[in-house]
Design a binder for this molecule. Structure first.
Ligand SMILES: Cc1ncc(COP(=O)(O)O)c(C=O)c1O
Length: 463
């Protein structure tokens, strides 16, 4: 693997001298030379110059078919025309005023509530997924008066202290390991981790701790944990067990919201949580997230409450910025209007990629698996994540398979495949990414060909 890494690094450096120089400068003043760990892959990231639809161009003039697409937010691709038009009109009018209530947020909130089939639900906007899940947990703790939080191993809900546990797989402690220095022991102890899609484990945890658990937070379609759909029975059980024990059920739909249908994926499952968090797509490329919940829960942060009974979910400087709201609304209108073509279309491309990539590696004699498939409830999916199993028994039906290096060759996915695709003009994250509406047949075929090139290289160097 070292020889292959060296070869790819040489090739990448040769193609990206300006990015390299830019990174050297950035390193002097910025932590690790940038602003998001995942964007700072070794040896240095390319620096983006422009982006359009499926393509991002770097400062050296290289083009990449991009599958991270704004951390999966850009379901219409980069710079989608309808949103750009709206933003241009908005800026011409002088929309850079911050700090007032403006009308578009109402329509966006109505859209979110209507999509979930909810009358009586209420929304509060904030500015990141991390904040939305943090406030959802705070609401649950405030409403129930309980202090334990239950989450699944492999579930990523952003970097708030409450939820920074059970994200990475640690060789010795599995999903029980500590994610970060600086977390107070008390908070770490109060977050319990259960196994995704494992009904027995969920039952056991709730039997043992139910009366002290404020909420169970889960992604109905696990994102960073491996692009794995929850089984319908699992979500139904979660609903009934939590309801029986007075625990609030939170669906984190920050990836899955508007990714599979023009609302939350929960409507496909027919399971209604107490609280839902949305982010990414709903901002039309801007910093928007939302907590949506039944009125009785959301009212616990309303002003009339006063005193210790009130959850301080106040909002921040940029909450529901009128420009962001207009962008988000334009995005959601476009998705609703085009849903009949958009969702089956990106799901077909996702399917073509998953199977095409597996075939390309099989032809080179390298075992590889692509997760991201739907299930009996989710008819199709635009997500794909490529893995290299250590042996044939790895089923890829749980996050442990994706994140335990004894089961999957993580370095091959995260470092080598990343570089092998970059030098072939494709930008991925965690071995894959998300198809957008802007990815046409040409890009999908070129992507499968690029994975094929990577497969041939792997064969040459790794045999
Ligand atoms: C499911 C999920 N929840 C929460 C977050 C955190 O969102 P943000 O990065 O906007 O803070 C993410 C981000 O990737 C996510 O995938």
């Amino acid at each position: 693997m070292d020889r292959l890494r060296d070869r790819l690094l040489r090739e990448y450096r040769k193609r990206t001298p300006k990015s390299r120089a830019t990174f050297r400068r950035a390193e002097k003043v910025m932590v690790n030379g940038g602003s998001h760990t995942m964007r700072l892959w070794p040896p240095y990231p390319f620096f983006a110059d422009s982006a359009e639809g499926p393509i991002v161009r770097d400062v050296d003039g290289n083009s990449y078919i991009d599958y991270w697409q704004g951390h999966y937010a850009n379901i219409l691709g980069h710079n989608p025309r309808p949103v750009l038009r709206e933003m241009t009109a908005c800026l011409r009018k002088g929309a850079l005023h911050t700090g007032f209530e403006a009308g578009h947020q109402i329509e966006l909130a109505e859209t979110l509530v209507r999509g979930l089939g909810g009358t009586g639900a209420k929304v509060r906007f904030t500015t990141s997924g991390t904040l939305a899940t943090m406030y959802a947990v705070m609401l649950a703790q405030g409403v129930t008066g309980r202090e334990l939080i239950l989450k699944v191993g492999g579930g990523w809900h952003g970097a708030s202290p409450y939820l920074l546990k059970g994200v990475k797989y640690h060789a010795d402690e599995g999903f029980e390991g500590r994610e970060s220095a600086g977390l107070l022991d008390d908070i770490v102890r109060r977050t319990l981790v259960t196994r995704f899609n494992n009904q027995d484990d969920l039952r056991r945890m709730i039997d043992a701790h139910g009366d002290r658990i404020a909420c169970f937070i889960v992604e109905p379609f696990l994102g960073v944990g491996g692009f794995l759909p929850a089984a319908k029975g699992y979500l139904e059980l979660a609903r009934s067990l939590t309801a029986a024990r007075g625990i609030l059920l939170i669906f984190d739909e920050i990836i899955s919201g508007f990714r599979f249908c023009p609302t939350g994926i929960q409507t496909l499952y027919g399971v209604r949580p107490d609280l839902t968090t949305f982010g990414k797509i709903i901002g039309g490329g801007h910093a928007v997230s939302a907590v949506v919940g039944s009125a009785d829960v959301m009212e616990s942060c309303e002003r009339g409450r006063g005193g210790r009974g009130r959850v301080q979910f106040e909002g921040g400087t940029f909450s529901a910025h009128s420009e962001y709201m207009r962008a988000g609304l334009t995005m959601l209108k476009r998705l609703a209007g085009g849903a009949a073509a958009i969702y089956p279309g990106i799901a077909r491309s996702g399917e073509k990629l998953r199977r095409g990539i597996e075939k390309a590696f099989a032809e080179a004699g390298i075992p590889a698996r692509a997760t991201g498939d739907g299930n009996a409830i989710v008819p199709g999916s635009s997500l794909f994540m490529v893995h290299f199993p250590r042996d044939k028994s790895v089923a890829y039906d749980r996050p442990e398979d994706v994140h335990d290096d004894r089961r999957s060759n993580i370095a091959l996915r995260e470092e080598i495949l990343k570089l092998a695709l970059l030098v072939n003009g494709v930008n991925i994250v965690h071995g894959g990414g998300a198809v957008s509406v802007a990815h046409g047949a040409k890009e999908i075929d070129a992507t499968i060909a690029a994975y094929g090139e990577a497969a041939r290289l792997f064969k040459k160097y790794l045999d």
